[in-house]
Write a protein of this length. Structure first.
Length: 100
């Protein structure tokens, strides 16, 4: 069996980024929401009143559409179920009379 080489540690693929000091801020990463993924960073600002209102309006619109779909389905299903029940009752009554 051939002799294996010892495993060497992996060398870094890039050098670390040196950030300059901030001007006037004590904490450069102070934000309302901070998302870190790998080497990229995303800073998000606090949402305004208009954005919150539009999000609430969008959620209400989606809920209204879902309610309309559910009520429409209910309005279609109820008469079908009523017709099936009526048909079964008529079938049962006719079968009872035909046996006699």
């Amino acid at each position: 069996m051939p002799r294996q080489r010892p495993i060497e540690p992996e060398k870094p693929r890039s050098e670390p980024e040196i950030l300059p000091p901030t001007h006037g801020r004590r904490n450069p990463y102070q934000a309302d929401w901070y998302v870190a993924h790998g080497s990229s960073r995303i800073f998000l600002a606090r949402p305004s009143a208009w954005s919150l209102f539009s999000i609430a309006l969008l959620i209400g619109l989606i809920a209204g559409v879902m309610l309309a779909i559910l009520l429409g389905t209910l309005l279609i299903v109820v008469p079908i179920v009523a017709l099936l029940i009526a048909g079964m009752m008529i079938n049962n009554a006719l079968r009872g009379r035909l046996r006699r």
